[in-house]
Design a protein around this ligand. Structure first.
Ligand code: GLC
Ligand code: CA
Length: 553
């Protein structure tokens, strides 16, 4: 497979609102990121992915854009952005932006015009329909609860919003929409950014006639209808055209966020000869609540399926959390008894599975989920809407709160814990979202001092992955071992004669590990998350959440 910088890169995701506040208003900002660039560089990553920083009324923290050519007031100015980009480049790193083009804000001038009258030239920029039997045009449910249609009194029609009602979906069948968005993409690339993470990009096409969804689920009368709004032929047409007309003219990387994809569908987006995207974020493993019981087995199967489907044709990505998901150490590890060990174990896996790894801010110090005590402390529109919807159905508020706690997107959005000082050193003011109370123990300053910290382990691991002699960790074949083991995950990455063995104990138990499946002459331990005295590979007694990487000869 052809070598490319974005295949060899480690990506670091920033959620700017929660990263670092430079001016004491309680909200992270661009100048805050600039101040922390040396920290990011020191971690060893190559690419920064910035969640949306465009002008936005913030109904969904920037995923509702009102001006693609301007910066959110709270985050700074275009000058700040230009400085950030140049400071990132000066340090030899790259910067990719979030591209949110399935929908805009309802405060975008296009939508303001579109809703002003039925014959406005921009009417058709969005998806408008008359009522059906006095009700919504179809039964689609929005991701953020309730109908995906919002009634507009003035013109007597509904508009479609797969997300919040302040996020109307663009009509990608309209060539004007495509022209405008393509122009904007080019404008950012000409500024010198290094690529895009494309927000829910596989949802931009909707099925002809907008048919009712079939999936009767337990929610209410509205149903999730991915069969009609995910992976439609139009998505592939648009991406191919975007690739040929624009993306292919620059040395950039692209990663599509694509819920509801199977490996077969995923391959259509990333197979190189189809000229669409470099990689996607698939979601199959995000259906697993944890790695308990048979869930680790399911995860292994997902990894294998994706590897087989993309092998030699396209590239994959790897992530275990992001701004929409709970913290990985709380979900897949043990944030109570083995926080450090399990955080390091997950890192070992993330950085050795096939595909480009994505680290989400705070993951590198083992930040955990948060437990807020009342709904008022939550901010996320998804969480808050869900709570009110459930309570309105008559459910016990306490019970609903308990249910959403481990799932809320705010778990990932609490401010980054920089120090043990006030507000975890995130802001001198009042943080927009409460800091996780465990910041006195878990913070960057502490982690930098502790040679045994999760942070220092990430640094070692990233450096290990990047050494030319370890290229098999990136391009090597993926050979799973012990495939039916419920607690041990082990695999080999092999490129020509270079072989690496990864051993991961996903349990609190002490387990014996014997490598009798494959022959080897010699071996060398490269990294482990416990001190290892006896490095003998013949018979290892794995400790709780132990992780090791060996080179085999
Ligand atoms: C993506 C984003 C999420 C956002 C949604 C709507 O899933 O990651 O944060 O709410 O799209 O833009
Ligand atoms: Ca600020």
């Amino acid at each position: 497979m052809e070598r490319k910088w974005w295949k060899e890169a480690v990506v670091y995701q920033i959620y700017p609102r929660s990263f670092y506040d430079s001016n004491g208003d309680g909200i992270g900002d661009l100048r805050g990121i600039i101040q922390k660039l040396d920290y990011i560089k020191d971690l060893g990553v190559d690419v920064i992915w910035l969640c949306p920083i465009y002008k936005s009324p913030n109904a969904d923290n920037g995923y509702d854009i009102s001006d693609y050519y301007d910066i959110m007031d709270e985050f700074g100015t275009m000058e700040d952005f230009d400085e950030l980009l140049s400071e990132v480049h000066k340090r030899g790193m790259k910067l990719i932006m979030d591209l949110v083009i399935n929908h805009t804000s309802d405060e975008h001038p296009w939508f303001i015009e579109s809703r002003s009258s039925k014959d406005n030239p921009k009417r058709d920029y969005y998806i408008w329909r008359p009522p059906r039997d006095g009700k919504e045009p179809n039964n689609w449910r929005s991701f953020f609860h309730g109908s995906a249609w919002e009634w507009d009194e003035k013109t007597g029609e509904y508009y479609l919003h797969l997300f919040a009602k302040k996020q109307p979906d663009l009509n990608w069948k309209n060539p004007e929409v495509k022209k405008e968005i393509f122009k904007m993409i080019k404008w950012w690339l000409d500024k010198g950014i290094d690529g895009f993470r494309m927000d829910v990009i596989n949802l931009i096409g909707k099925a002809e006639g907008l048919p009712d969804g079939k999936n009767k689920d337990n929610f209410d009368d509205y149903v999730m209808a991915p069969e009609h709004w995910a992976n439609q032929p139009l998505v592939h047409e648009v991406l191919h055209e975007m690739n040929r007309q624009i993306l292919s003219k620059y040395d950039i990387m692209t990663v599509g966020e694509t819920p509801f994809v199977t490996p077969e569908i995923g391959a259509l987006y990333v197979n190189e000869d189809r000229e669409e995207l470099n990689m996607i974020f698939q979601f199959e493993h995000m259906d697993l609540p944890d790695f308990k019981d048979s869930n680790l087995l399911k995860f292994k199967k997902i990894q294998k399926k994706w590897y087989e489907a993309l092998k030699e044709k396209g590239w994959n990505s790897q992530y275990l959390n992001n701004h929409d998901q709970p913290r990985q150490v709380s979900r897949f590890g043990d944030d109570q008894n083995y926080r450090k060990e399990s955080a390091k174990l997950l890192a070992t896996m993330l950085l050795t599975l096939p595909g480009t790894p994505y680290i989400y801010q705070g993951e590198e110090i083992g930040m955990t989920n948060v437990k807020f005590s009342s709904i008022e402390e939550y901010n996320d529109i998804d969480t808050v809407n869900y709570y009110h919807e459930e309570v309105a159905k008559g459910r016990d508020p306490e019970e609903v709160l308990k249910e959403l706690m481990p799932k809320s997107r705010d778990n990932a959005r609490t401010p980054v814990q920089w120090t043990a000082g006030k507000n975890a050193g995130f802001t001198t003011g009042t943080p927009w979202l409460k800091v996780n109370p465990n910041y006195k123990q878990i913070n960057v300053e502490e982690a930098q001092k502790d040679p045994d910290s999760v942070l220092n382990y990430y640094k070692k691991l990233i450096r290990l992955r990047k050494r030319e002699e370890n290229l098999a960790l990136i391009y090597g074949n993926y050979i799973p071992l012990f495939e039916d083991h419920e607690k041990i995950y082990s695999y080999i990455r092999q490129l020509d004669n270079d072989r690496f063995l990864i051993i991961l104990n996903f349990s609190k138990e002490k387990l014996n590990f014997t490598l009798d499946e494959i022959p080897y002459k010699d071996y060398q331990l490269l990294i482990a998350n416990y001190p290892v005295q006896d490095e003998k590979l013949e018979q290892i007694k794995l400790r709780p959440y132990e992780a090791r990487i060996y080179r085999l000869r």
